[in-house]
Design a protein around this ligand. Structure first.
Ligand code: SME
Length: 155
């Protein structure tokens, strides 16, 4: 079994990236790379963003991991679209059991998606894929929801 990750140790580094120098996308990319490097079961980490003028559509932003064909996802479509539409975090511990799911690679076994809010509007999402089944705990959710609050200010 994997050693548990000390999420409390990782949060200050994320805060530093958010408040440091760089453009929005440079910061988002740095967060993706940091999370992918630090958490062994985060195999793909990316942001989808609702771009001005393109409502109800998620557009792929900065990411770390293999390229994906899913660069635009409508609200309601796949796990990402459902999280955006319902404004809830989605944790899918075994993607093979899902019918409304967009596969990027057969290696991906589970996924967590956290919406980013500006006021009460969804402005994007943090999306993480794992090659393990059932890797995500309440600690992952709490950690990633904390990051989404920090990052929403950039969007
Ligand atoms: N699996 C997602 C699509 C995006 S990728 O995970 C990068 C979904 O079902 O919405």
């Amino acid at each position: 079994m994997e050693e548990r990750v000390d999420f409390g140790r990782l949060l200050p580094a994320i805060q530093e990236i958010v408040s440091g120098r760089g453009t929005r996308d440079e910061k988002l990319l740095a967060i993706c790379q940091f999370l992918k490097n630090e958490v062994p079961y985060y195999n793909w980490v990316g942001f989808y963003l609702v771009e001005p003028g393109e409502e109800q559509v998620l557009v792929l932003g900065p990411f770390a991991g293999a390229p994906t064909e899913h660069t635009k996802i409508s609200f309601g479509q796949g796990i990402c679209g459902q999280a955006a539409e319902t404004e809830n975090t989605f944790i899918i511990q075994d993607v093979s059991l899902e019918t409304n799911y967009l596969s990027c690679s057969p290696d991906v076994k589970s996924e967590i998606v956290i919406p980013l809010f500006k006021g009460d509007q969804v402005v994007g999402e943090l999306d993480i894929d794992s090659h393990l089944i059932s890797p995500f705990t309440d600690q992952d959710q709490e950690f990633l929801e904390h990051i989404s609050l920090l990052v929403a200010g950039l969007c």
